[in-house]
Design a protein. Sequence first.
Length: 416
Amino acid sequence: MDDIRNVANLEQNFGKLLDKMVILDRLRDQVERKSELHRKDMAGWLHDVEGIVRDVEEIQSKLNELIRHGFRISNLNDRNQLNMKIIDNLKAVNVLQEVGNASPEVRAFLSDLAIGQPKAFTQAELRSFTSQFLESNKIGSDWFGHVYKGKFRDSKQLTVKVLAEKDVVEEIFMAEVRTLSNTSHRNLVKLYGYCFERDIKALVYEYMENGSFDKILYKNPRNLEWNEFYSIAIKIAKGLAYLHDGCDDHIIHHDVKAANVLLDNKFSPKITDFGVAKLIEKDRSHLTLTRTRGTPGYKAPEMWIPSSRITCSCDVYSFGMMLFEVLGMRENNQKGQGWFPLQVWKEFEKGELDNIIEKCGIKEKDKEKARVLAKVALWCAQFTPELRPSMSTVVKMLEMEIPVKNPTDPFTPSTK
């Protein structure tokens, strides 16, 4: 296969670009024949098509001039620059074709993103970044798809999540891109870009050297002090507080858990996996649950009820479940009387919270923080959503800026 970057293929590459422009022109006609409303939704896409048309006309003019003067050593640099411009336009046309052929919802969504960030990558670029999705580069798999580590051409590390082909793949894709392209916080993972093509939907993130928080928390292979876990919990709380109150809209993550938090090389946490996230406009107090979301063991009680009223407090509950895991440095996977959150409540109710703190192996110097964390966890885990604190309040309690009142029984519905 000829190297497209080889300047000897300049005319051949331009021929490929012209062929793609014919297809893009037909697609533009189809979009323009749609209703007035649809044309408005695709205004950004149509604007970008016009930009490509102008670029191709300019390339044609410069190529004709080069042909007229003949290819010589003296104009080698001009030919190289023109070839790179052709390659950039080939990539741009591929993206525009995929957007134009997508569902109306995705078309309108990507049209709005076309003139800004995040960056659109091609499948060929993703294959280059990940060494053809080499199996040894696979660092994780879940219901959403497979995750690979890779590198940009400048050797900067990255992560590529290839979304599984499911009925909700477009919804997951849009939720991730919509959330992360409109947010910026040190405790949220950074989205570099995306790939939306017929046979692949993928997301490109920053690489997090220490992997997911659950693997560090449950087994502690790095022998971190408990105090470091406490610090990580505060930073996660700050990320959630930002999602809930620091953006133009309230953002509900809907799947807060240790596995959905990544740690960088300094063990600073960043929340990830926004595939089921939902936005609530600031002038609305709640949304209605349309389908099941979240992970058993972390899901708030109201999340199990069809068509229930959902607020940011469902994330608070999930965070509380994670705080119990931080306290015990283990997963809350045992049910019944052996369920760890219930054990914590029973010991607290008897005034013997220190008993369970000591059983968790927490040192004397960390006991005060452990007491605070345990009480905050019990508040977050309240059965009644209205009794749960906001994440901003959780941050203040964990940082000991405000006292933590004694919680009520979290596992019994309020009669108020």
